[in-house]
Design a protein around this ligand. Structure first.
Ligand code: FES
Ligand SMILES: [Fe+2]
Length: 427
């Protein structure tokens, strides 16, 4: 359990809050590059602040506060220009760095632009990487935007999925260092949801948690594995401060505000060796529903939708004063302690954990991964289909419900394997 005071410290993300200041030292994936190409203005709430993310007519990107400095009109209903965004109320125009560069009527009566100089918007930074737009709204100089090695893998079909989840970010990230939930929430619950009563999945027998430069590793031995298995020798990565890396995909839990989290999933599905070379023209991104439209209940059919059921079920901001933590929660306790250390570090003017400053070290950064060889070198189709894990991923998108038909078709064309409709995952 945690005191109410510490729970507040770790969960509040707005400007000036201790955790908000820590999270402002990191980059956040916030939208798809393709989404802005389709619709150039994207209202964005991040860490309790309102912005617009936009793509200019000349293909650049900007991130500025949402309300115009003139009389507060909503720039989400503005218009983009070459190099900036213009308010649709009286036409004031802002550059991607927030400078006001045009005030159509004022410029006639005040050609020196004195009023313009006083009308800057707060601006963040935007970068493009791995088909995603990444935002940074913290102090300068900005740290490196992590260049994870999987972003450079070849011959794979990549897609990214967004889902807005109505609960605090911390409980979603605690799921990234929670090995036992896999046995119950995904394997066993799915069997019950599919109408099967047994047998249950192999039990966890032993857990390990270790800190490393980019986060924590969790390791497991189950009834069907031993200490020679990659799930023990390598494990899974709880990526700092709000990510999860599972070898084939990343998940990030981006704090929108204290009560909302943007779940972002980036997945790579290697094409069978016979389909190489494969070069993806554009990474599609899409938004997954979290509730079933007909019943209003949370969707339970896909892996991350199931996680979402757990996260929102814990309450909007879960009450950690009433928890009963056990041995399975050792990683959770480590994560919380480290975040509290980060709060102290930032208050003392130091960088928190996970911030990279050296561009020379931020190149194709490898993360611990089981089966990295497979992602680098691929498999012939027959072997791929026989593989108990990768064969399943090849035949249908298991992570999120609601994959658009166009994405399903594009993945089928890339992979050359019919894509199954998943009603309930079978793990
Ligand atoms: S409110 Fe934006 S230009 Fe007037
Ligand atoms: Fe999960």
């Amino acid at each position: 359990m945690l005191s109410a005071e510490k729970n507040r410290q770790l969960t509040q993300v707005g400007p000036g809050t201790p955790m908000g200041e820590v999270l402002r030292r990191h980059w956040h994936p916030v939208a798809g590059v393709d989404a802005l190409a389709r619709e150039p203005i994207h209202p964005l709430r991040l860490l309790g602040e309102d912005f617009v993310l936009f793509r200019t007519l000349d293909g650049g990107h900007g991130l500025v506060e949402r309300r115009c400095r003139h009389r507060n009109a909503d720039l989400a209903y503005g218009m983009v220009e070459a190099g900036g965004i213009r308010c649709s109320y009286h036409g004031w125009q802002y550059a991607t760095d927030g400078r006001c560069i045009e005030q159509p009527y004022e410029d006639v009566v005040d050609p020196q632009g004195r009023l313009r100089a006083r009308a800057c918007l707060q601006a963040g930074l935007v970068r493009v990487k791995a088909g995603l737009l990444w935002a940074y709204i913290g102090p300068q100089p900005a740290p490196e935007l992590p260049d994870w090695e999987p972003f450079h893998w070849a011959h794979g079909f990549v897609q990214a999925v967004f889902a807005e989840v109505p609960c605090n970010w911390l409980q979603t990230q605690e799921n990234s260092i929670d090995p036992v939930h896999f046995e119950w929430m995904h394997a066993n619950w799915s069997r019950r949801l599919a109408g099967r009563t047994g047998p249950y999945a192999p039990r966890h027998l032993k857990l390990g948690f270790e800190e490393f430069e980019h986060g924590f590793l969790y390791k497991r031995v189950s009834e069907d594995t031993d200490e020679s298995h990659p799930l023990w020798t390598i494990g899974r990565v709880c990526l700092w401060p709000h990510g999860f890396f599972l070898g084939d995909h990343f998940e990030w839990r981006v704090p929108v505000d204290d009560e909302t989290t943007l779940s972002v999933t980036w997945s790579f599905i290697r094409v069978p060796r016979e389909r190489e070379p494969f070069v993806q023209a554009e990474i599609p991104t899409w938004t997954s529903p979290v509730r079933d439209a007909a019943s209003g209940r949370w969707i339970t059919s896909h892996v991350i939708n199931q996680d979402i059921v757990a996260w929102v079920g814990q309450g909007t901001v879960t009450d950690r004063t009433r928890e009963t933590l056990g041995a399975s929660d050792r990683g959770i306790a480590m994560l919380r302690r480290r975040l509290l250390d980060d709060i102290e570090a930032v208050a003392a003017g130091r960088d928190p954990k996970g911030v990279m400053r050296d561009p020379a070290r931020n190149q194709r950064v490898t993360l611990p991964s089981d089966h990295r060889d497979f992602f680098l070198h691929g498999l012939p189709l027959a072997d791929y289909l026989r593989h108990p894990k990768w064969g399943r991923l090849l035949q249908g998108f298991i992570f999120h419900a609601g994959q658009p038909e166009a994405v399903r078709q594009a993945s089928e064309a890339a992979l050359g394997v019919p894509q199954r409709e998943i009603t309930i995952i079978d793990l």
